[in-house]
Write a protein that binds this ligand. Structure first.
Ligand SMILES: [Zn+2]
Length: 135
């Protein structure tokens, strides 16, 4: 359900895994790797809390809203930083050269193209919501 949020967190440079397996196993992996769980599943929120794992239950399906909620809870940055961005597809930290980025994990190359307008608009929308809620 949160696949698209995963993409955004990776663009922002956060080590993010999209879990497709069993919930029980996810709790164990999160514990072992010191991860935070983001979920829309109330049952998962409960079992994470029971296991002492930081968890955030999300209700927003709108990306800027969801990013603002994550930023509120964990103080993540909503500013794009080309030096710490990760591959949206495979989570590998990207190597930048010139105005391009290369992924050593999956071989994909990225650059600031026309889609960039949409990315920066969504991020500034997220920052606006975040600041609005803070007041
Ligand atoms: Zn990749």
């Amino acid at each position: 359900m949160l696949g698209s949020l995963v993409t955004w967190l990776r663009i922002l440079g956060y080590d993010t895994e999209y879990w497709k397996g069993e919930d029980k196993e996810m709790i164990e992996v999160a514990k072992k790797e010191g991860r935070i769980i983001l979920t829309k599943d109330k049952g998962v929120v409960k079992s994470a809390e029971k296991n002492g794992i930081p968890v955030l239950g999300l209700t927003d399906s709108d990306i800027p809203e969801a990013l603002a909620t994550v930023a509120e809870a964990f103080e993540i940055s909503l500013e794009f930083d080309g030096k710490r961005t990760r591959c949206p597809i495979c989570n590998t930290p990207l190597k930048s050269y010139g105005s391009r980025w290369f992924c050593e994990g999956c071989g994909k190359e990225y650059w600031i193209g026309s889609h960039w307008v949409d990315i920066s608009r969504k991020l500034s929308e997220a920052r606006r919501i975040y600041l609005e809620r803070k007041v």
